[in-house]
Write a protein that binds this ligand. Structure first.
Ligand SMILES: Cc1cc2nc3c(=O)[nH]c(=O)nc-3n(C[C@H](O)[C@H](O)[C@H](O)COP(=O)(O)OP(=O)(O)OC[C@H]3O[C@@H](n4cnc5c(N)ncnc54)[C@H](O)[C@@H]3O)c2cc1C
Length: 379
């Protein structure tokens, strides 16, 4: 493998760096609050106007046709410049790759430009009160309405990130009541202002209204709200979860920037940090670098046409545990000072603790790794 960047990639990096350094907003409030979300949308639209919102997408949809390697470079520069969380991430990073793969031309042309401009804001409707890890246990239903050429949706989704602020939801519904588990599910794209939808936001442990419950009461959607084939929603959903766990949701840039801040902190606390904390900082730094190089390898394999499939579970376990370790090291360095004022490491730590839960818990990822990557027996 050639570990050097091409001239074109270096130019792209320089261009991104210059623009981001000049434009990244400072001190935005959390995007998981109503007022913060609105401010984040202004930033998302500024990114779109400069064609940085979705760099890897085709130009026709607002992107720059960037290669996967250029996308990683953009991500590194984005976080290096202190870019805020992407409140559009569930659309642009999770749903969009699935629309590119499974959508009709009409769906792509309609959905993607509006998503890129942050006109439509997408949330993810997988989890239900009785279906989390066991996603195939979902009970929300889709009943065929032949006369109206569409479907009637009923049921409840929960833990819907930023659902209270979004305009659309993608989710799984059981379309064949005769089947069980992974069969007979369909992937729907639902406007949240449709008749019969109720969205109820609720607070996370840190107080932000980051979650919502979404209720569907006989909600009509037309046939073009189906993504992929009817009753084949499981395989479409697995494509979404694979990118979520594997690459797009948490690129290395985020952790590289966090360990840079951690190293700064360690310098500041050099006199008080004992050997264990120093080791923790070094380990976090090495692990973030390792994740970077591992991702370059993954991207190279994908570009060569390999399907990394279930290996995305390895990635998810790694980045989520790394995030916790980075924040634990920071809190160790800060000691009681972490409690003073509004320390961003505290908020970051609280969110890092949820990493081993969202995008499929790490216990589930370890089951996937055992069975599908290592080929071990189920029992
Ligand atoms: C910050 C955050 C954001 C989220 N955003 C969304 C979102 O936008 N949309 C959405 O649909 N959902 C979202 N979720 C929900 C998330 O997907 C679920 O919390 C997760 O899948 C676990 O489901 P559960 O909470 O029902 O826990 P359960 O499935 O009840 O699991 C409880 C515990 O049992 C363990 N367990 C369960 N089954 C097994 C097994 N077979 N083997 C070993 N251990 C097992 C789990 O690992 C876990 O520790 C979010 C969650 C968080 C924390």
């Amino acid at each position: 493998m050639d570990l050097t960047f091409t001239d074109a990639e270096e130019r792209f990096r320089a261009e991104c760096r210059a623009w981001l350094t000049a434009n990244v907003p400072r001190g935005l409030p959390s995007g998981d609050t109503r007022e913060g979300f609105a401010l984040h949308l202004e930033w998302e639209r500024a990114l779109f106007d400069a064609r940085y919102a979705v760099v890897s997408w085709p130009e026709a949809y607002g992107g720059r046709d960037a290669t996967p390697m250029e996308w990683l470079i953009f991500e590194e520069e984005y976080y290096r410049a202190g870019g805020p969380q992407r409140v559009t991430q569930n659309g642009i990073f999770l749903l969009a790759p699935t629309v590119f793969e499974f959508g009709t031309q009409a769906q792509r042309d309609h959905i993607l430009p509006r998503m890129a401009r942050a006109d439509d804001l997408w949330c993810q409707g997988w989890s239900e009160p009785n279906a989390g890890s066991d996603l195939a246990g979902i009970q929300s239903r889709a009943v065929r309405d032949d006369r109206a050429r569409g479907w009637r949706l009923s049921g409840q989704k929960t833990w819907t990130t930023r659902g209270a602020f979004c305009t659309h939801l993608f989710g799984l519904f059981r379309s064949d009541p005769e089947t069980e588990r992974h069969r007979g599910l369909t992937y729907f794209l639902v406007p949240l202002d449709a008749d019969g939808v109720t969205v109820r936001g609720f607070g996370r442990l840190d107080g932000d209204e980051g979650f919502a419950e979404v209720f569907f009461d006989n909600v009509f959607v037309a046939d073009d709200a189906v993504l992929g084939e009817v009753d084949q929603g499981w395989s479409v959903a697995m494509a979404t979860t694979s990118v979520e766990r594997g690459l797009t949701l948490r690129s290395p840039g985020r952790f590289l920037a966090a360990v840079d801040r951690l190293v700064e902190l360690a310098r500041h606390y050099a006199d008080t940090a004992g050997p264990n904390l120093r080791d923790a900082v070094v380990r976090a730094y090495i692990d973030a670098e390792a994740y970077r190089w591992q991702t370059f390898l993954t991207v190279t394999r994908m570009t060569d046409g390999e399907d990394v499939g279930s290996e995305s579970s390895l990635t998810k376990v790694f980045w989520s545990e790394l995030d916790v370790r980075i924040h634990e090291a920071a809190l160790g360095l800060l000691g009681p000072n972490a409690e003073i004022g509004d320390n961003p490491w505290i908020k970051g730590y609280q969110f890092a603790l949820s990493g081993p839960i969202y995008a499929g818990t790490n216990e589930i990822q370890r089951n996937v790794i055992a069975e599908r990557v290592l080929g071990l027996p189920r029992r």
